[in-house]
Write a protein that binds this ligand. Structure first.
Ligand code: PMP
Length: 457
């Protein structure tokens, strides 16, 4: 058994860890990170790691960016806090709203600020309800989300999330959330089904669901362009156009959850542009501030705004908002982040580096443990399987994904194991070509050790 140091013991005694096997954590203890620079982080013993997950798909500009530190410090000195309640405002919020409105992939009237992706998607659920009440169609409230979706962990956003661990024993989902299939061709296709047949079937299933529920009761459809936490699921190219057509037919409000894909991750400004659909609204977070401070946002189209305006005339106040909605420090850092993206052409940078990144992923598809390797832009996943021919997964009790993550850490690389032993990779967008090669060299070594450990029990 590992002998845990003082730091580890203090952690175990005090911190309730999110998304952690709490029982195992008591034995293994934490990986204590101390400092970071660029794509590297260093633990308390000085060992370096490549941040292969950009933190949690968020640290787009890497650690220690002086301009972001400066933007935060300057704003903290100037106006440390101000809120947007009761009609108050401040420059950073207005300028950030203008910037987002100008770059949004969909006609946008207003921008609503939140602190996290979960709050953004919770806000989406509430706005959809509010709008349809204002439009005099109170029955049109159900929201369709997909299996394996990840939209957050608050009560409503966790209900949109399509992963069992986010529902079991939390008494979720709430009523009014409908579930449709996830476009995971490798896992979901029936025998001999082509990609085109597969996506036609999914669109037909979506339509059947809407018809069975009654289109007058179904309000919205929410989707991540590339699914992140559900296993880095990249849909076939024909998927979203067919899904969009069904949503259009039944007047569904389409929400693109751009919390991971927004701001260049897929090599386009927003993920919906890479995947070919036209949402009515987007949720953004994470890379909005390169994760330096918490901030998120929801775009509001004119029809939605008109409805909230009408409702607040009737009710007296738009009764939604967080203490930190549009926090000036967060807004100032986000504004600077967007300025850096534009100046350094981050979208073009990702598009230029993607072929090298994706070639490494394709190469890994030949590894004896890798059943499927998939990715787009600078995000990818490799699904580890017990039998490549039959696609048989490992027994989850073996913890093969977790083992690979541990070996990767020993090799100096931070990656994550998602459900079904999918190892996800999502480096800071500023990663250099040499660092991409180094990331995959470390992953190669981790995979070799995982294979060895699987073969020898
Ligand atoms: N949506 C997506 C697509 C996400 O990946 C996440 C977080 N991983 C969320 C929403 C929730 O964001 P947060 O953890 O900031 O609440």
């Amino acid at each position: 058994m590992t002998v845990l140091g003082n730091q580890a013991v203090r952690d175990i005694e005090t911190v309730l860890h999110p998304y952690t096997n709490l029982a195992a954590h008591r034995d293994t203890g934490p990986l204590m990170l101390e400092r970071g620079k660029g794509v590297f982080v260093y633990d308390s013993r000085g060992k370096d790691y490549i941040e292969g997950m950009a933190g949690l798909w968020c640290l787009s500009l890497g650690h220690g960016h002086e301009e972001l530190i400066e933007a935060a410090t300057a704003q903290l000195r100037k106006l440390s806090f101000a809120h947007l309640f009761n009609g108050k405002s401040h420059d950073p919020a207005v300028e950030l709203a203008e910037a987002l409105k100008g770059m949004a992939p969909t006609p946008t009237s207003k921008v609503f600020f939140c602190n996290s992706g979960s709050e953004a998607n919770d806000t989406q659920v509430k706005l959809v309800r509010y709008m349809n009440n204002a439009l005099g169609r109170p029955a049109k409230k159900k929201i369709i989300a997909r299996d394996k979706a990840y939209h957050g962990v608050t009560v409503a956003s966790a209900s949109l999330t399509g992963l069992a661990a986010n529902h079991t024993d939390f008494d979720l989902p709430i009523p009014g959330i409908l579930r449709t299939a996830c476009p995971h061709y490798y896992r979901g296709a029936q025998d001999g089904e082509s990609e085109d047949d597969f996506t036609s079937r999914l669109a037909a299933e979506l339509e059947a669901l809407i018809l069975a529920e009654g289109p007058e009761t179904v309000a919205a459809f929410i989707a991540e362009p590339v699914m992140g936490a559900g296993g880095v699921v990249v849909p076939p190219a024909s998927y979203f156009p067919k899904i969009q057509a069904v949503c259009d037919t039944y007047d569904l409000y389409v929400i693109s959850d751009e919390v991971i894909c927004g701001f260049g991750r897929l090599g386009t400004p927003f993920g919906c542009q890479a995947l070919g659909f036209r949402p009515d609204s987007i949720s953004v977070a994470k890379a909005l501030s390169s994760a330096y401070v918490p901030i998120a946002a929801v775009t509001v189209p004119e029809t939605m705004y008109e409805a909230t305006l009408e409702a607040s005339r009737r009710i007296g106040v738009f009764g939604h908002g967080f203490t930190y909605t549009g926090h000036p420090v967060a807004a100032a850092v986000a504004l600077k982040t967007l300025e850096i993206y534009a100046r350094e052409k981050i979208v073009e940078q990702v598009a230029a580096k993607a072929p090298q990144f994706l070639a490494h992923l394709r190469r890994l598809a030949d590894h004896p443990l890798v059943g499927n390797a998939r990715g787009l832009g600078l995000v990818g996943g490799i699904e580890l399987v017990a039998d490549k021919a039959t696609k048989r997964s490992f027994d989850p009790k073996l913890g093969v994904g977790a083992r690979c993550v541990r070996f990767a850490e020993e090799e100096g690389l931070i990656v994550r194991a998602l459900a079904s032993d999918t190892i996800s990779i999502c480096p800071p967008m500023i990663i250099t070509p040499a660092e991409i090669d180094e990331l995959f060299a470390r992953l190669d070594r981790a995979l070799a050790r995982t294979l060895e450990s699987v073969r020898h029990g």
